[in-house]
Design a protein around this ligand. Structure first.
Ligand code: SF4
Ligand code: SF4
Length: 304
């Protein structure tokens, strides 16, 4: 017959299990550091319920009921390459980051499984094609919301997650695990300063600032139209809203804190002077590696 645990024994059991999960968190952070992950955060699945912002079917516990913690990993998108967008080098970096994130999530999932913690990951991109995106412009799970609940940043006017380290120039992937891991605190103060640079520079005017809140109105069809044009030109994604955001310590590293004026004038100056020397290092990269005519439909459909 089972003996009931005394209060002291229960408290000791709790302490041991907390120490074990703290140890697991340390192991995961080490795994991430050794694999070159730039950001990592831990979100308990209850945060989705507490916040109530994400529809039920899109919450981790609905997607995979064993989930107790979501581990979010982020990789930096280096600013000088983002500044060349739309360009082939920018597209290649974007694709490399996505592949690398999926590999990291796959490896961490198997690492946790080997340690006895059942795990699962949601891949970086939840869209099979541009057509799928056009039909339903929403993924089954949001890494942006996961990164917010994992304490990596706050959502800005542009709907991107802004982080102190890289502003919005970072991409994320999420690993769900059955292990209960001590969470990271969420970032309480909004990082977005409502400067409206993202809205002013968006070539499709897809972002509209709101007076009553930080997060702007977002015209997903207009943004999608831009994506389709760039896929056809073989130099997607757009990412201008991530390029121009002034938030992020990466700007200081690249000596680009004062670049906002340059971004704001870019479209107008290049429309009348396509070879303006101030933008030459970017326009040079935009000119090469892309076909002059339209691509075939099949290429377009598969590129997203
Ligand atoms: S990705 Fe481009 S088109 Fe879409 S909102 Fe950002 S700047 Fe506008
Ligand atoms: S560009 Fe300005 S308004 Fe837009 S997200 Fe960044 S800080 Fe916010």
């Amino acid at each position: 017959m089972k003996k009931e645990l005394s209060m002291k024994e229960r408290a000791e059991g709790q302490k041991t299990s907390q120490a074990r999960t703290r140890g697991l968190k340390g192991r995961i952070i080490r795994f991430c550091r050794e694999r070159g992950v730039d950001l990592v955060g831990f979100a308990p699945v209850e945060r989705w319920d507490d916040a109530g912002e994400v529809p039920l079917d899109f919450r981790p516990a609905a997607i995979w009921p064993m989930a107790r913690t979501v581990i979010v990993m982020g990789l930096e998108m280096p600013l000088p390459m983002v500044e060349t967008t739309p360009s082939v080098p920018h597209m290649e970096m974007y694709k490399t980051a996505n592949i690398e994130l999926d590999q990291l999530a796959y490896d961490l999932t198997r690492h946790l499984n080997r340690l006895g913690h059942a795990s699962f990951f949601f891949p970086r991109d939840g869209f099979g094609s541009m057509r799928a995106l056009r039909e339903k412009n929403c993924a089954a799970f949001s890494h942006v919301m996961a990164a917010k609940y994992a304490g990596l940043g706050t959502i800005g006017a542009s709907h991107c997650l802004l982080t102190p380290e890289f502003g919005p120039r970072v991409r994320f992937v999420s690993v769900f695990t059955s292990a209960e891991i001590p969470p990271d605190p969420v970032v309480e103060k909004d990082l977005c300063i409502k400067c409206a640079t993202c809205a002013k520079c968006c070539p499709k005017k897809a972002i509209r600032m709101r007076a009553d809140r930080i997060i702007g109105d977002y015209d997903d069809q207009a943004c999608l139209e831009m994506a389709e044009e760039l896929v056809a030109r073989r130099c997607f994604p757009c990412g201008i809203c991530t390029k121009v955001c002034p938030i992020g310590q990466d700007r200081g590293r690249y000596g680009q804190k004062g670049a906002i004026k340059k971004y704001l004038r870019e479209a107008e100056i290049l429309a009348s002077h396509p070879d303006d020397p101030e933008y030459k290092s970017w326009t040079h990269l935009r000119k090469y590696g892309v076909p002059r005519g339209k691509s075939r439909r099949g290429e377009r459909e598969n590129a997203g």
